[in-house]
Write a protein that binds this ligand. Structure first.
Ligand code: FCB
Length: 446
């Protein structure tokens, strides 16, 4: 069982433990109840875009198996569940509301309420309706206003039943993988597009916040950002590492918390900077109640010619997960304490942290000892960050169960619950049982 010092804040039942998922990665049922296609349905058909051309058509069939999944989340002793709501299930191409989509999330939310689970819902976890991509997707400023309309529909319908609303999941990935390096849907690789998509995403976030406040006054509203703490490869790489950190970490958080983009990056990329209209930065920096932090690994940065050109270095002899990401728990501590030092932060929730390994079912059990170690060590970093003054209120493991890992398809298993995709059987891995043991002990005061 996971173990922390006796006086750890994690041991206080008020510290929220949960598991996280996202709609396209688990739901399947992509043609059911009039769901519209999303950019990921399209991207998955592009040769070479996704491992073995896997797609989310079936995934974990959560659309039909949600009740047993909610039972299992409760059974693991969790306090909370972070899900995402699929925009293509809610708003039709003509802008009208698809009641069947709202009904599905109503069923899920009711099931969670029945188990007294705290609910965090992400409003956009990458499944943009294809009909909006046909009009330019996130390159089109209008998409931000379409998002605001969708948020109005969802939040006026569910109101305070959702405890935490997160506007976007990882705009860095949506913008930079989706439009700058082309690794994710819609697969555009162009610097200017990357920055423009990023700005429109942040605008969408900012437009949504007052709507959420109006419709769910008692809920908390925020955003989920992904960060890789940046380390210089050696003493000569300190300046470029700082630049890389400005470009990747601060480019997304600074406008939200301080209403401006980092100047050094702005100047360096002046030719590809987004169109920013008067008033945008004020909208983007609307006050948020919490910041969701996603972290898995770190980046080691070295010079690549003249400043500020840099490259990412892949160190040998370090522990890596199946997806190739370095296991570096100290990085999470550095990330949290650095952010705390740079910004006036709202309360923080770790909204994703976890690891993919090649899990094997042997005699009906999955002994994922490496993942157990990963959680123990990363959670110890969270404990230490709290001791150093960072206001962290909760932690969500990624993921509740194995699922469709975007361009890696079903090859990468990030779940604490194993999914047998042939039978849709769920098998809690050792890492899940350790959570269960810890959380049950915590509830009874150890
Ligand atoms: C994050 C995504 C999440 C999952 C993990 C492994 O970037 O938010 O959906 O794929 O990575």
């Amino acid at each position: 069982m996971y173990k922390f010092p006796k006086d750890s804040k994690l041991n206080d039942p008020k510290f929220v433990f949960g598991v996280a998922t996202a709609s396209y990665q688990i739901e399947g049922a992509t043609n059911v109840d009039d769901r519209c296609p999303s950019i990921w349905d399209t991207f998955c058909t592009k040769p070479g875009a996704v491992y073995k051309q896997h797609n989310g058509d079936v995934a974990c069939l959560h659309y039909h198996l949600y009740q047993q999944d909610v039972n299992l989340i409760e059974n693991l002793g969790m306090d909370a569940y972070r899900l995402s709501i699929a925009w293509p299930r809610i708003i039709r191409p003509d802008g009208s509301i698809n009641q069947k989509g709202l009904d599905f999330y109503d069923r899920v939310i009711s099931a969670l309420e029945e188990k007294n689970l705290t609910i965090m819902a992400t409003l956009y976890h990458w499944d943009l309706p294809q009909y909006l991509d046909d009009k330019g997707g996130w390159l089109n400023r209008e998409t931000a206003y379409k998002f605001a309309q969708y948020v109005e529909v969802v939040s006026s319908y569910f109101g305070d039943r959702i405890d935490f609303y997160a506007t976007l999941n990882e705009p860095w990935c949506s913008a930079f993988h989706g439009y700058r390096d082309g690794k994710h849907a819609p697969g555009i690789a162009d610097d200017k597009s990357g920055f423009q998509a990023g700005h429109n995403l942040l605008l969408a976030h900012g437009l949504a916040i007052p709507i959420l406040r109006k419709n769910a006054a008692n809920s908390k509203h925020g955003i989920v950002l992904n960060f890789n703490p940046v380390y210089p490869a050696d003493e000569f790489a300190i300046d470029v590492a700082n630049f890389a950190e400005q470009e990747h970490t601060h480019w997304f958080i600074k406008p939200i918390l301080e209403g401006e983009y980092p100047e050094t990056v702005y100047q360096h990329y002046i030719d590809v900077m987004p169109t920013i209209e008067d008033g945008d930065m004020g909208i983007i920096s609307a006050k948020i109640d919490f910041l969701g932090v996603n972290n898995y690994s770190r980046s080691v940065i070295d010079q690549d010619g003249q400043y500020p050109n840099y490259k990412q270095v892949h160190l040998s002899d370090v522990e890596r997960t199946q997806i190739g990401w370095e296991v570096y728990p100290d990085g999470l501590l550095k990330l949290l304490t650095d952010l705390h030092q740079f910004y006036q932060l709202p309360p923080i929730y770790i909204t994703e942290n976890g690891a993919a390994f090649e899990d094997k079912v042997v005699d009906g059990v999955v002994e994922d000892e490496q993942r157990c170690r990963y959680f123990q060590n990363y959670l110890s970093s969270v404990d230490e960050a709290i001791r150093q003054g960072v206001d962290i209120r909760g932690y969500f493991a990624w993921s509740f169960m194995d699922n469709f890992e975007w361009s890696e398809g079903y090859k990468m298993r990030f779940g604490i619950v194993y999914v047998d995709y042939k039978t849709q059987k769920r098998i809690p891995k050792r890492s899940a049982l350790e959570f269960r043991e810890y959380l049950i002990a915590r509830r009874s005061g150890f």
